[in-house]
Design a protein around this ligand. Structure first.
Ligand code: ATR
Length: 277
């Protein structure tokens, strides 16, 4: 059997096995299986050894190990290096390489819906727009990396300001705001915090002034996809703003990981999308 894994802690909620096993069956990779494994930091070296020995063919990495895994790897792809965040592992020429497919997965989620969804925004017109990113956790650098070359003004705010300042060292163009403050106007607001994962939790930044007609094109994007609609998105929808959850980003990062391992470009069709419902 060819074994694939997603590692993290907690891991029980991960929907990656559902998606990858679906594709493995669909593309007749009948000798492949994708599992989840809860690991601790002390296990990371063993996981890499297992990949090096071929006992594990490929892996995904999730919270809280996307950065912590880096010292154990032989090589990083460009985006993993830039973001200091790895979500995919694969052995190439006997080296265990860390990839970041979150960034391109996020960008695809923006790109692919335009112009088909009323909630989409034109990915070619982000220059001089204001993008406001909430949070400075493990995945935030991937979002910034995807957006940084589009010419937008990127504002970043995190409850713990020091972590936003750290990200500014990686991406000097960022404008860091105190938690609770907002940029003058936002065309896109992206929640990368974990607030909303638990029902009834709410990001404590007030966007109630985004209810005017000229705000109806502002996109509120929550990376959380379970629950499907966080309070952050519910309120935006009620105000008439555009909304998007993290489902398509999740599926697209999985698509790129699957492609790295198998060279197949798996299809994200309605059947796959429904697996997450
Ligand atoms: P990590 O910080 O270990 O990478 P994460 O889940 O990737 O963990 O990130 C959690 C993000 O959600 C952080 O930006 C965190 O803010 P802090 O850096 O201040 O902890 C943010 N977050 C979590 N709970 C929050 C809350 N109640 N209010 C505001 N932000 C919160």
């Amino acid at each position: 059997m060819k074994k694939y894994l997603v590692i993290g802690s907690p891991i029980s909620h991960s929907l990656s096995p559902l998606i990858h096993n679906h594709w493995m069956k669909k593309y007749h990779l009948l000798d492949s299986v994708y599992e989840k494994r809860k690991v601790e930091e002390k296990d990371l070296k063993n996981i890499i050894d297992e990949i090096r020995e071929g006992e594990i063919v490929g892996a995904n990495v999730t919270v809280p190990f996307k950065k912590l895994i880096i010292p154990f790897l032989d090589e990083l792809d460009f985006t993993a290096k830039e973001t200091q965040s790895v979500n995919t592992l694969f052995k190439v020429n006997n080296k265990v390489v860390g990839y970041n497919t979150d960034s391109v997965g996020f960008w695809d989620s923006i790109k692919e819906l335009y112009p088909y969804s009323k909630n989409s925004i034109d990915p070619n017109s982000l220059d001089s727009k204001h993008i406001f990113i909430l949070g400075a956790g493990g995945v935030t650098a991937s979002i910034i990396s995807a957006l940084k070359n589009e010419g937008a003004n990127i504002f970043l705010s995190n409850r713990t300001k020091e972590k936003a300042d750290e990200l500014k060292k990686l991406f000097p163009g960022l404008k860091v705001l105190e938690w609770g403050k907002k940029p003058p106007a936002c065309n896109i607001v992206i929640n990368t915090t974990s607030v909303g994962l638990i029902k009834d939790e709410e990001v404590k930044i007030d966007f109630s002034d985004y209810d005017k007609d000229f705000h109806k094109n502002t996109l509120f994007y929550d990376l959380i996809y379970n629950p499907k609609e966080t309070i952050f998105l519910k309120k935006a929808k009620l105000r008439g703003n555009k909304t998007m959850n993290g489902k398509m980003m999740f599926l697209n990062q999985a698509k790129y990981a699957f492609n790295i391992w198998t060279k197949i470009v798996p299809e994200i069709n309605d059947e796959v999308i429904k697996l997450l419902d």
